[in-house]
Design a protein around this ligand. Sequence first.
Ligand code: UGA
Length: 440
Amino acid sequence: MNIGIIGTGYVGLVSGVCLSAIGHTVVCVDNDKEKVKKLRKGIATIYEPGLQELMTKQIKRKKLFFSDSIKEATKRSQVIFIAVGTPSKKNGDADLTYVENVARQIAESMDSYKLIVEKSTVPAETGKRIEHTIKLNLPKQFKARNRSVPFDVASNPEFLREGSAIADFMNPDRVVIGVESKKAEELLKEIYKPLKTKIIVTNITSAEIIKHASNSFLATKISFANALSQICNLVGADVLKVTEGMGYDKRIGASFLNAGIGFGGSCFPKDVDAFIRLSEKSGYDFHLLRAVRQTNEEQKAAFVRLIEDKLWIVKGKTIGVLGLAFKPNTDDMRNAPSVDIINRLQAEGAKIRAHDPQAMEHSKKIFKGVTFCNDAYGVAKGSDCVVVLTEWEEFRQIDFQRLRKAMRQPMIFDGRNLYKNDNLVELGFEYYGIGRGEKS
Ligand code: UGA
């Protein structure tokens, strides 16, 4: 099938590459001309394991194209996915300016039946607003004819995670399609047929809510684990054992129950805010989610308090930071807990040395006064403590003797409980994890 994808961010680019890999001909569109130039040269504009290789392959097979023209993509495609950004406004609402703008441009370029699919995470009822925008902006010939307009709108939320996006897209737990017509249902089922997965068919609003609810539920699970970590510290329990004991219960499940320094990224913080706002506007106070958000903020503050407490005086101390990205296997720094934590430590007068395997380039634009190092040993050089903020695999493989020798004081604050099995105390470190029975 001929497919257009508008927006080449994480969701758009990965979806475009993967849809072409399962047999469709895809044109990915972005209004950033420089980005399109790079993509046309075959350069992946985001770091995502396996993306560059698959993209190169699909371009060579002439199944994947890039353009800066919505008009071109609309004319070439029967199905057009909208995957543009929906940033948060100051009041927590999702800003749908880009979505509206794209819908208008698609409408103006329509020359035959099109299925327009929202893939960006959007508040309930956005589907109806897209439909309205398209009707308003259809070319005159369609408006004039006294017959039904030649398009459908659908919702097809995406559940892929950064860092494992290709695998998630290719092997989804389910595909959700929100449709209002048989034709839209059939087209979307046809697109996803090669994935051989469970397809949940619903109306557009329910599909939109499924996405909000899924992300918010996962965020709730994380905040629950983080709240547990605080209680574990107070009563002398180990959160790793507690969540392990809970996770074997199939009704609970072990995933997304890892206590840490709070959830970040471009999705959870924004989506939780948007769901709270949506509920508020609809007349429901989602106080459960407000507590999830508050717990997430407090978790970062508690981690900084722990460091301050154990270091005694932070001013003038050198703190080595391992990991800056909001999670491993990505270079994404959006809402990374590292930003908040490093800012707080710098405000206390700490000198920061840091390394991240992929996010250094982006970090250099975000942080001021940070010394960026080539590896963990560079970070440790002269440090009064080392702080783990992202659980990259390469930090698991550290030579701790070498690390200890480089440090001024052998103290580790493990914000991701990365070293759960290593006996760092025996190796001569003072070790503090999250919720391991340590008072903060
Ligand atoms: C999330 C969802 O997992 C995807 O299903 C969804 O498609 C995506 O948002 C989206 O809406 O686009 P993502 O933000 O890429 O994916 O990353 P996650 O793996 O969900 O991690 C989010 C944050 O939670 C990270 O900061 C991570 O470190 C943190 N986390 C995750 C924890 O602190 N503990 C956990 O147990 C799991």
